[in-house]
Design a protein around this ligand. Structure first.
Ligand SMILES: [Zn+2]
Length: 442
C-alpha cells in the first residue's frame, strides 16, 4: 500500500467533531485513506510532500452542478429563465451526444479539481460519459442521469428515460469507489406526479440518493400549487419522495409555511447555490432559518450556464456574505458554518466517508498556499479560507489518496487537450443550435 506523508503543514483544518485546527502538523495517507494526523509523524513514506507554508483542508463538496454545462459558459447571460432555456440552452442541448458531454465534463472536472473540489453531485444526461471522465481525472462524483416529463436528449420519453436512468444506477452501483450513482428527476414542475412517485420508490429499492431541483423560484411555487393543489415541498413529500430516501434538494429558495420543519424531519440535504440563485433572479434562500432549525445545508455552484464558474471558494465567500446583506444581520451564516456546508454536512448527508481530515476517512485533501498578501497576517485560518483565500491558492489536491493536482497543475490528464476538446465540442453545438460565439468569429 502506497504511503504519502504531507510534512510540516502550517495548519490542518480537520473539520472533526470539535472543529480543531492543528498547528504545525503532518498527514499520513495509506492507500486511499488517512492513516494519521499529528505532529512529527514518522517517515518511511513512498512520497513526501513539503507542507511548509500550506494549510490542509478537507476536499470541498459541490452539492449541486451540471458539470458538462461548462460548454455553455457565457453564451447566454442576463436573460430571464425561459428565454435562456428556450432560445439558447435547449437548441444546443438538443444536439448533445456522449462525445460533447464527455468533453464538457472533462473541462468541468478539471476546473473543479483546480479550485479544490474533490466531490461533486451532478444531474445531467449521458452520465456514463461523466463517470468515465471522473475516474480518468480522479474526482469523486454522485451522478444522476436526469429526466424530465418529455424525456432527455438520450431518450425522448419521460418513462423510458426513467428506465434508462435506473439502468445507469444498476451499471454503476458498487462498480468503482469514486462513483455513487443516483436518481435525478428534474423538478416537480417538469416531471409528472406518477413519475416522481415511481422515482422515489426506485431510489428506495436501489438504495441510492435522489437529486431534484425544488422550490427554486416563485413561478415554480405558483405553478405547482395551481396544478397540484400543494406547494412544492409538500407536493413531493405527499408523493413519498422523502420516505426512506437520501434526498438532495437543489435550491429550496422558497419554502412555504411549515415546510422548513418537513425538510428538517426528513433529513433532506438542501444544496444552496447562492450565485446561481442571484444570477437567475430566483431570490435568497432562508439559510439562516435552515441553520437555526437544524436543516442540513450543503453548498453548490449549479452549472456553468448559471454561475459561470465551478469555484467553491467563491461560492463559500458569497454564501457567507449574501445572507448578512439580505437580513441586515452580520451574525448570520458564519465562516465556520459555511466551511461545514462545503465539507462535513454534505458528506454526511450523502453517506460518503469524506469531509474531514481524520484517521479512517478517505484521503480527499486540498492544500492551500498561504504566501500571498491576502493571507497575511495569519490571524485566523478558517476566516481566511472563507473570506480571503482565492481558489488559485490551491496547490495540491488528493482524491482517495491519489494526486489529481500537483503544484497547481492537473496531473491526471493533459489540460491543453481537455480545453481544446471542449472548445471544439462547444463550437459544434453552437453551430447546430444557431447560437453565436466568439469562437466562431474570425
Ligand atoms: Zn441545477
Amino acid at each position: 500500500m502506497e504511503r504519502v506523508l504531507i510534512k510540516g503543514l502550517t495548519a490542518v483544518v480537520t473539520q472533526d467533531e470539535k472543529r480543531r485546527v492543528l498547528r504545525d502538523a503532518d498527514i499520513l495517507i495509506e492507500g486511499s485513506k488517512i492513516a494519521a494526523v499529528g505532529r512529527d509523524l514518522p517517515g518511511g513514506a513512498d512520497m513526501v510532500i513539503d507542507g511548509r507554508g500550506k494549510v490542509a483542508i478537507p476536499g470541498l463538496v459541490n452539492a449541486h452542478t451540471h458539470i458538462p454545462m461548462t460548454l455553455f459558459r457565457g453564451v447566454a447571460d442576463d436573460l430571464d429563465l425561459m428565454t435562456w432555456l428556450q432560445e439558447k440552452i435547449w437548441p444546443m442541448e438538443a444536439h448533445l451526444t456522449a462525445e460533447e458531454v464527455a468533453a464538457g465534463a472533462a473541462l468541468g472536472i478539471y476546473e473543479a479539481l483546480r479550485t479544490g473540489t474533490t466531490t461533486f453531485a451532478d444531474m445531467y444526461f449521458f452520465e456514463d460519459a461523466i463517470a468515465e471522465e471522473a475516474i480518468r481525472l480522479n474526482i469523486r462524483a454522485v451522478l444522476a442521469e436526469s429526466y424530465i416529463g418529455f424525456g432527455s436528449p438520450v431518450v425522448r420519453d419521460g418513462w423510458k428515460a426513467f428506465e434508462y436512468a435506473k439502468e445507469f444506477v444498476k451499471r454503476w452501483k458498487g462498480r468503482h469507489e469514486l462513483i455513487t450513482p443516483s436518481l435525478g428527476p428534474h423538478a416537480p414542475y417538469s416531471v409528472e406526479p406518477d413519475l416522481l412517485g415511481a422515482s422515489a420508490e426506485a431510489a428506495r429499492e436501489l438504495e441510492v440518493p435522489l437529486q431534484i431541483h425544488l422550490a427554486e423560484d416563485r413561478s415554480e411555487v405558483d405553478k405547482v400549487t395551481r396544478d397540484y393543489g400543494k406547494t412544492p415541498v409538500r407536493h413531493v413529500e405527499s408523493l413519498g419522495l422523502f420516505e426512506g430516501n437520501r434526498v438532495i434538494a437543489a435550491h429550496v429558495v422558497h419554502p412555504q409555511d411549515g415546510e422548513i420543519q418537513i425538510l428538517k424531519e426528513r433529513r433532506v440535504l438542501i444544496a444552496h447555490n447562492p450565485i446561481s440563485n442571484m444570477k437567475c433572479g430566483a431570490g435568497f434562500a432562508p439559510v439562516p432559518d435552515y441553520l437555526k432549525e437544524g436543516v442540513l445545508v450543503g453548498l453548490g455552484t449549479d452549472g456553468a450556464g448559471s454561475n459561470n464558474c465551478l469555484d467553491m471558494f467563491e461560492t463559500m465567500k458569497v454564501a457567507a456574505l449574501i445572507h448578512k446583506g439580505y437580513t441586515g444581520d452580520p451574525k448570520v451564516v458564519s465562516a465556520q458554518e459555511v466551511l461545514d456546508m462545503a465539507t462535513v454536512l454534505p458528506a454526511r448527508a450523502l453517506g460518503l466517508n469524506v469531509g474531514s481530515i481524520e484517521p479512517g476517512k478517505l484521503a480527499d485533501i486540498v492544500l492551500v498556499a498561504t504566501e500571498s498578501p491576502w493571507w497575511r497576517p495569519l490571524h485566523s485560518i478558517v476566516s481566511h479560507i472563507v473570506y480571503a483565500a482565492r481558489s488559485t491558492d490551491v496547490t495540491h489536491v488528493f482524491v482517495g489518496g491519489k494526486l489529481s493536482i500537483e503544484d497547481g497543475r492537473l496531473v491526471t490528464a493533459d489540460p491543453g487537450e481537455i480545453v481544446k476538446r471542449a472548445e471544439e465540442a462547444a463550437l459544434r453545438l453552437m453551430e447546430k443550435g444557431g447560437v453565436e460565439s466568439f469562437l466562431s468569429g474570425s
